[in-house]
Design a protein around this ligand. Sequence first.
Ligand code: PLP
Length: 456
Amino acid sequence: MNTIQLRTEIPGPKSRALLQRREAAVPRGPYHATPIFAARSEGAVLEDVDGNRFLDFAGGIGCLNTGHRPQEVLSAVQEQLQKHLHLCFSVTPYEGYVAVAEKLNAITPGKFPKKTLLVNSGAEAVENAVKIARAYTKRPAVIAFNDAFHGRTFMALSLTSKTHPYKAGFEPFPGEVYRLPYAYCYRCSYGLTYPGCKVACAGALEDAFKRVVAPESVAAVIAEPVLGEGGFVAPPQEFYATLQQICRKHGILFIADEVQSGIARTGKFFAIEHYGVEPDLITSAKSLGGGFPLAAVTGRAEIMDAAGVGGLGGTFGGHPASCAAALAAIEIIEKQGLLSRSTELGKKFSERGKSWQRQFPLVGEVRGLGGMCAIELVKDPSTREPATEETKNVARFCYEHGLITITAGTYGNVMRILVPLTVSDAEFAEGLEVLEAALAHVSAAAPQSQLVTSNR
Ligand SMILES: Cc1ncc(COP(=O)(O)O)c(C=O)c1O
């Protein structure tokens, strides 16, 4: 049976009416990838207010690795609702918070003693990771990367790289943030090719200590193990080990921002595990709460304890319902084998993506790590000129044909897959069919220069 069922044009009349109300009542700042309004959802399927059913390959930008409304999460939250709601951990602590901390301490990489702070959002986790790193090292600076996204609050935004639409107009940002090129091999900032490059981008950190900022001023290097908003770029194997080695040499902490790549997305609980590196601090959020808002900073116990009593916290951090949901979501991942499912989905996507790459010159690169996978679209594979408009058109074709997708990348030319890992094989195949049809449709409309057969 087809999951996708479109009863109206997209957006339908009820969505159009709600869009009008939304435009009058909500600032234009918050962006929508689709023009439809949600009515209900389950698993990997979302129904809009006009009764149209969509397959969801965006998963709330990675918040739904365990699917929409998993029964175990609903039951755990309902049970919690019978006990107590918000108490504020800073006033009266409760077991759920501690249990989530214990669980994250256990599943994050590294056998050393760890502690976890719970907060509300990915950006807040990043902010706190920087506070903790500064408190521990007593140093001010943080080094981040090009194409990074770390959130929209001021320190997080200072660490975020992309100017439009995130940073422009919101200056000034907090200082002591320095930036290096990321290991984005398809668009190497140094014009080099892996493996001949010997991951020069990681080695560039040493050079930065001479040219940009003194190492004894640097508290931390922060990186997304796989770029999220920056376009699902997974660096070469040696990248993080080299970075961490340099950090260790200079007493600098390594923060892995796993807000998007964590919680089973890449086939491991945390993407950095693929690189055999144990970060000093890890931020997580998005799928951590199984559909409820929850974020965390987990790290070496002695580092996490550097901030004084009362120096960390926040009114809503670690809401009891979110904690109950998180414990249930992590159990789903463990019991339903979602780590291997993620690997399997990534493999299927990669095989299909490679066939698209042979068929459509529009597909410049197929990449990712496990279920965190993507295609980068280009106007011409030899010039690699970003196909930004075409990517928008692919995404539009998809939602007009019942598939919700989102784009990514500094040039907005990446189609990224964040499908719930609970998606069935049939649903996944159906979604890939729509994506293929979208690529064929947009390729057919593209100028002749795009239709040259490449020898990739
Ligand atoms: C890697 C990364 N860090 C931080 C954030 C910010 O998270 P939030 O939107 O929950 O503040 C995001 C959000 O997409 C992210 O992908």
